[in-house]
Every structure is written in structure tokens, then in C-alpha cells.
Design a protein around this ligand. Structure first.
Ligand code: AMP
Ligand code: ZN
Length: 113
């Protein structure tokens, strides 16, 4: 079974890409849950955060740097925003290629649903 986020990274599936470098990609979520809803992924396939290895630490930090830059660019950094990583079915993870949700532009509630 193919991985849709690997396909996006390989340009075999369309996406509204907002950032790209050799190791990572960011694109608009296809079903946005807030005025700003983008996803940041590593190009390397890592299925869940449980699969992050020591050697991936710099890569994962890089994803956060990208997310922060996008939040600043979209004007939500100071207002506040949420970074979300869902892990496994009870969290609601549906795509098993690790991704950082950047969600913002509206008031968030806690605890999350
Ligand atoms: P999660 O539930 O954490 O696995 O999040 C998966 C996210 O990927 C959801 O917010 C979906 O709307 C989003 N998504 C699924 N397919 C695509 C796609 N082809 N392009 C952009 N976002 C997608
Ligand atoms: Zn993948």
C-alpha cells in the first residue's frame, strides 16, 4: 500500500506546497480545521513519532523550525497557534507518515476533543 505523503514528497500527487527543501516539505491541509492549517513532513518516511530514531533528531527539530517560520509568516505566531502530532488510531491519526499540523487563526480550546 502506497503512502500518500511520500507521493506528495515525490510529486506523484498534487498538493499546495508552501515550503520545500532537501529534507522536508510543507503543504496546505486538504481539509482545513482552522484559517491556517498546514502540514510539515520529513521527506523520509517515518510512520509515527514512535518510530523516530536518534539519527532523526536533527530532522525532527528541523520540522519545528519550519513550522515556526510558517506560523510567523502567516501572522499567527504571537496570537497563538497549535502544533499537533497525532499518533496511532485513538489520536485520530489517519496518515501513517509523520506530520506536524500547524493550526491557527482562531481561538483554540483545551482539552482537545
Ligand atoms: P492525521 O489525522 O493527523 O493523520 O492527519 C492527516 C491530515 O492529512 C488530515 O488533516 C487530512 O485532512 C490531511 N490530508 C489527507 N490527505 C491529504 C492530501 N492529499 N493533501 C493534503 N492534506 C491531506
Ligand atoms: Zn510516507
Amino acid at each position: 500500500m502506497g503512502c500518500i505523503f511520500c507521493e506528495i514528497a515525490e510529486k506523484k500527487r498534487p498538493a499546495r506546497i508552501i515550503y520545500e527543501d532537501d529534507h522536508a516539505l510543507a503543504f496546505e491541509d486538504i481539509n482545513p480545521q482552522a484559517p491556517v492549517h498546514a502540514l510539515v513532513i520529513p521527506k523520509k518516511h517515518i510512520s509515527t513519532n514512535l518510530e523516530i530514531k536518534e539519527e532523526d533528531n536533527a530532522l525532527i527539530g528541523h520540522l519545528f523550525q519550519i513550522a515556526n517560520r510558517i506560523a510567523k509568516d502567516r501572522g499567527i505566531a504571537e496570537r497563538g497557534f497549535r502544533l499537533v502530532i497525532n499518533c496511532n488510531p485513538e489520536s485520530g491519526q489517519t496518515v501513517f507518515h509523520i506530520h506536524l499540523h500547524i493550526v491557527g487563526g482562531r481561538l483554540m480550546h483545551w482539552p482537545p476533543g
